[in-house]
Ligand binder design. Structure first.
Ligand SMILES: [Zn+2]
Length: 70
């Protein structure tokens, strides 16, 4: 059995796959790069629904654990 340790980069990166987000409040849907309002505060980036103003996605811009600081 051959174990492949050499990574072949022939395949395109998975970024081509669009991530669609859904608003839990009004059901509005758009790709993550779509028409959401992006609000950056500190190390957090928040995506806000343009239809109803609800926070759809909240993520830390750092890769460390998210600290709830509200
Ligand atoms: Zn909404």
């Amino acid at each position: 059995m051959a174990i492949h340790t050499y990574h072949d980069d022939a395949h395109p990166p998975p970024e081509r796959r669009k991530t669609v987000l859904f608003c839990p409040e009004c059901g509005h849907e758009s790709p993550i790069t779509g028409d959401w309002n992006t609000d950056v505060s500190g190390d957090e980036r928040v995506l806000v629904c343009t239809a109803c103003g609800s926070v759809v996605d909240r993520r830390s811009r750092r890769r460390t654990d998210v600290v709830e600081a509200t």
